[in-house]
Design a binder for this molecule. Structure first.
Ligand SMILES: N[C@@H](CCC(=O)N[C@@H](CS)C(=O)NCC(=O)O)C(=O)O
Length: 224
């Protein structure tokens, strides 16, 4: 491989976990340098030089920096994949993978998690706000169920980086509104399938557990 890969971030961040899943899938060696957003470390002068948008993850490749998990995982799969299965070269298939990544970024991470769910966790909100947020989560599940009616995986009939990106945030949503087989059978099966990945525990479950410990007591204040 040659290049030295350094990942800045921490495992509680879903976008960081999307990069961890991709690095593991590609069997790449890397160094993880902790940047803890709960301590505000993303705003340090040092981190802002790497990413002025003050977010994690950031990937360093031989002294050059890439930010945004979607850009990072597309780069990793394109550069280090033994074939193009994780990020297809076929332009139609690639467009579908890209669309799923944009959906994860725009609708799931920014709208559903950051705007709706985070409000519930930062201060106690009226039950109506919680219900709106839970409805938004169910809407996401319905969209994903439809994708999975078309293909076994999120973008195509095999694993791609779209599955990694979606897995990290859907497993957080699953803590809030459990994915149940009678309503979303394909999504339930996909989650089970993803949990069988040999690197699932270290690349997703570990960081997810820390989130679960924090949000479960808060969620108990709202009626599901
Ligand atoms: N679209 C970005 C989102 C990254 C992001 O917002 N990460 C959060 C942690 S989960 C963060 O760094 N927040 C700190 C901040 O915005 O100042 C990606 O996929 O990398």
């Amino acid at each position: 491989m040659g290049e030295k890969l350094v990942l800045y971030g921490f495992e509680r961040s879903p976008p960081v976990r999307a990069v961890l899943l991709t690095l593991n899938a590609l069997n790449l060696e890397f160094e993880l340098i902790p940047v803890d957003t709960f301590k505000g470390e993303q705003n340090s002068e040092e981190h802002l030089k790497k990413n002025p948008a003050h977010t994690i993850p950031v990937l360093e490749v031989d002294g050059k920096y890439i930010s945004d998990s979607h850009a990072i995982i597309a780069f990793l799969a394109s550069k280090y994949g033994k074939d193009d299965s994780l990020y297809p070269k076929d332009l139609y298939q690639r467009a579908i993978v890209d669309q799923r990544l944009h959906y994860e970024n725009g609708v799931i991470f920014n709208e559903t998690m950051k705007q709706r769910l985070r409000a519930l966790f930062s201060s106690e909100q009226p039950q109506a706000a919680a219900e709106e947020a839970f409805k938004a989560v169910r809407d996401v599940y319905t969209v994903l169920e439809t994708y999975l009616n078309q293909n076994k995986y999120m973008a195509t009939d095999h694993l791609t980086i779209a599955d990694f990106s979606l897995l990290t945030t859907v497993t957080v949503l699953n803590l809030v509104v459990p994915v149940v087989a009678d309503k979303w059978p394909k999504l339930t099966a996909w989650l089970e399938n993803m949990k069988q990945l040999p690197y699932y525990e270290k690349a997703n479950a570990k960081g997810l557990k820390a989130t679960e410990d924090v949000i479960k007591p808060i969620l108990a204040k709202y009626k599901a």
